[in-house]
Design a protein around this ligand. Structure first.
Ligand SMILES: *Cc1c(COP(=O)(O)O)cnc(C)c1O
Length: 460
């Protein structure tokens, strides 16, 4: 018999979870104003809100915590992290930051000014927030296939080169400080970008004199998809693929809470010394001195170790395999999910799941609340609430896809938990025709509203 696949680690420390009853959940979600960000963690049984900072560190990472050097300047932890970043990414210069959006804030302070255009593949929400906050515009150049959730294509995170060239050729390049390649493309469903596409974007951008910046939160997962899906990379190691990917870039911003498997942290990688030095000034202003930038020494140690573990093939196979396991259970039950599955999450298509709920009543949010009520599972809306209002007209933006994202933390839950999640969502699926109304917004913030929005249930 062929031996089945099993996890590449075993469990040494456990954390208890709390189950709850339906009446409790009804009360809690009402008190949370139907915003799942407002729930207390003990009100959640299985937390699939995000895979960001929610992973389990390894014994080596915890051992590294004890070795942290907390010197203000020149700590050995800084040099440990510098070596790991050089080795894994190939970028010669780096700045530590407290998380990914801080890296964006520092880098964009050097790069982006009012009126600029920043093309890319479906920018992440904080990235877009930092662009729009500077009165610049994020131009989505993702391939159209990304929005066909049933199309079986291997690299649905790719940038459409025609759309990109259209931006380059119709605007002055002084107004285009960089193109951002997000790997994997979170907003398009954790879909990967092919090496060929990265190469072609780089060639085109060089021709026009535009910098290539990676939003690299899930670079290792992207490398795993290149290895397993792209011709010519089967025998290339994950680390070699990662080095090649980054060789096409001028800089990278990193949320270490994703593929570097730490609970907090980030950094910026630079090829160019001048940009590094310019950004160092902003780092000192916003984050801290350049050898710690918002991170303690122990956290830099754990991050350095996490970069090595996050780029191991066995780990990635376990992780991406678990995401696909959940996706497979849902797909078998006929639930509309994005396919092929992304690397970090399963995306449920709320448009076809809840056809009766009007889009103005936030379909994906409605589905997220129903899944919480059903099983105490917390997912997150990737739909009209997240898409926010148009910065100029202030009208609600309705994206092509209304998705419920079930993000899987790294090394945290077992496949029994995945079975439970699938069963709960199947129960909601079976009563989907009774769900006819959604929610209206009571209160919202002017930017990144999804974190704090309060909602009210619309009765039939
Ligand atoms: C999480 C994430 C960010 C922001 O990082 P934080 O650490 O949450 O601030 C930016 N880009 C992408 C693609 C992300 O997934």
């Amino acid at each position: 018999m062929k031996l089945p696949f099993a996890e590449s680690y075993r469990i040494k420390m456990v954390e208890p979870l709390h189950r709850s009853t339906l009446p409790e959940r009804r009360q809690w979600i009402e008190e949370a104003h139907y915003n799942l960000f407002n729930l207390k963690s003990e009100q959640v049984y299985i937390d699939l809100l995000t895979d960001s900072g929610t992973g389990a560190m390894s014994q080596l990472q915890w051992a590294e915590m004890m070795l942290g050097d907390e010197s203000y300047a020149g700590a050995s932890s800084y040099f440990k992290l510098k070596n790991a970043i050089n080795e894994i990414t190939g970028f010669p210069f780096f700045l530590p930051t407290h998380q990914g959006r801080a890296a964006e804030n520092v880098l964009f302070s050097s790069l982006i000014k009012e009126g600029d255009l920043i093309p890319g593949n479906a920018h992440f929400d904080t990235t877009k927030g930092h662009i729009e906050f500077r009165k610049a515009e994020a131009v989505d150049c993702t391939i159209d296939q990304a929005y066909d959730i049933n199309l079986d294509a291997p690299f649905k995170g790719n940038i459409d080169l025609k759309k990109l060239e259209q931006v380059y050729s119709t605007h002055s390049v002084e107004k285009i400080p960089c193109v951002i390649i997000t790997v994997t493309c979170n907003t398009a469903g954790g879909q990967p970008v092919s090496m060929q596409n990265i190469r072609e974007v780089s060639t085109l951008s060089k021709k026009y004199g535009v910098r290539v910046v990676f939003d690299a939160a899930r670079f290792a997962e992207n490398a795993y998809f290149i290895k397993t899906r792209e011709a010519g990379y089967q025998d290339t190691s994950i680390r070699e693929i990662v080095r090649e990917m980054f060789s096409y870039g001028d800089a990278m911003t990193m949320s270490s809470k994703k593929d570097a498997i730490v609970n907090m942290g980030g950094f910026i990688g630079f090829r160019d010394k001048e940009l590094f030095e310019q950004s160092s000034v902003f780092n000192i202003m916003f984050e801290g001195f350049v050898t710690y930038g918002g991170m303690s020494g122990r956290d830099m140690n754990a991050l350095a170790q996490g970069l090595y573990e996050g780029t191991e093939y066995d780990f990635l196979e376990t992780r991406i395999g678990q995401v696909a396991y959940l996706g497979g259970l849902l797909r078998e039950a006929g639930i509309p999910v994005q396919y092929p599955f992304g690397g970090h999450a399963i995306f449920v298509d709320a448009n076809s799941f809840l056809p009766h709920v009007p889009r103005e009543e936030f379909k994906a949010q409605t589905l997220a609340v129903e899944l919480y009520l059903e099983g105490g599972i917390r997912g997150v809306e990737i739909g009209a609430i997240l898409a926010d209002r148009d910065p100029i007209t202030r009208e609600n933006r309705y994206p092509a896809l209304e998705l419920l994202r079930l993000a899987i933390p790294r090394r945290t839950y077992t496949n029994n938990h995945m079975n439970y999640v699938a069963a709960a969502l199947i129960n909601v699926w079976e009563r989907r025709n009774t769900i006819r109304r959604g929610y209206r917004i009571v209160k919202e913030a002017p930017i990144l509203r999804h974190f704090t929005v309060t909602l009210e249930k619309i009765s039939e």
